[in-house]
Design a protein around this ligand. Sequence first.
Ligand code: AMP
Length: 460
Amino acid sequence: MPKKNNNSKEPVKEEKVKTNSSFQLVRGVKDVLPEDQAYFFWIFDQVRELTRSYGYEPIETPIIEKTNLFVRGVGKQTDIVEKEMFSFVDQGGDHLTLRPEGTAAVARAYIEHGMLALPQPVKFWYWGKMLRHERPQAGRLREFHQFGFEALGSDDPMIDAQIIFMTYKIMQQLGLEVTIAVNSIGSEECRAQYKKVLLDYFRTKRSELSDVAKKQLIKNPLRILDSKEDDLLPIIEQAPQIFDYLNSASREHFLKVMDYLDELDVPVILKPTLVRGLDYYNRTVFEVWTSDEKTSQQSALGGGGRYDGLVELLGGRPTPAAGVAVGIERLVALLKEKEIKPTLDYQPDIFVAQLGEEAKRKSMLLFEQLRSAGVKVAESLSKEGLKSQLEKADKLNVKYALILGQKEILDGTVMLRDMENGIQEVIDQKKVIPEIKKRLDKQLKIQAELVKGEEIKSDI
Ligand code: AMP
């Protein structure tokens, strides 16, 4: 019923149920449709398999955390905390934030569950949504997905190298050529000394700095090194380099990481201006970039480093740690650009088709019997016409279609159609499953022989 306006006798117009267009996505977020899900699951499977062998265990932290976790952990003067957090006060008065990144929450979980008592290092991997209120543009969303590896409880440079190597390996398995940019930003003391030198240097260039850079100069001159402004690049290139200000322990640590990466044949480039935008990093920092300079991808696919001070900063005991986070949407965009398709993990061999009500009923059962017997099977039972069902079977590239019609129902048979040559045979309904299995096994053997033959040929 229309509502009455208090001030007049005129009924207030009920807000018209708007057309579909009024229910659109919130700015900067995306539906992950089946086409992209295929990529997501493909990447997920690679990550899960790799982490399993390297002893990284899955962890899932909540999407909401206390706001202070990120203010403390990520750092008050970082872009994330200053302008990108989705924060709110809930009904109970708690200050909460939708997580913008994964590491701080993993460190919180490590402390909260007393994992210091476990054999160290404790190694995790995660996969999940992150939210940042950024300006939406290509490769930059407000809700996106990351996977990450975190190893807490070891300061061995081998851990840094392992995390970098695993990240590289995932990219390689996906068919992507990447380069890893690495740097060391040393300890807090090294950085304090370096910041002074950097401040002095940028002061001499003050007139050439942009307004943003001038602000960063006051807050944290390291951030200027991260700038993407073209005009600043020559000044940044000439800036003093942090490597010259590393203490011997940091320097030794970094050289060992580089040595291990060399041993593992990971393509790394030293990037003295790489500092990363989050405050918890120390010593090793790195970013993953596509090696293809012609790509439209202008941003890193992932990044990480050591965060030896984070656990203590959040109230735990001193615990050295290292990790990485990789953006899934950016990976998918690059895979698509390179026309790399996810390997299908479900290629059906058999299609069940039917004609008529009774046949439809029986087909539902036949489909389930085949599926339970381990046969990869597909259907389109809601379709009526045989032609459209067979078209679907063709599209799915199945080897055989099983067709049930009125006649077959009466005879207790099924029509078996070889989709490659169109030859049809009648088989006994009771023997369908063993017959199908026999034929599929035979095909597998023929394929294996063919592959073997090809291998022998290429050996000769
Ligand atoms: P960060 O923790 O900011 O270094 O992010 C690690 C990775 O997450 C980046 O290299 C991106 O691949 C991805 N990422 C970060 N922010 C966004 C965003 N706003 N939209 C999409 N991907 C992002």
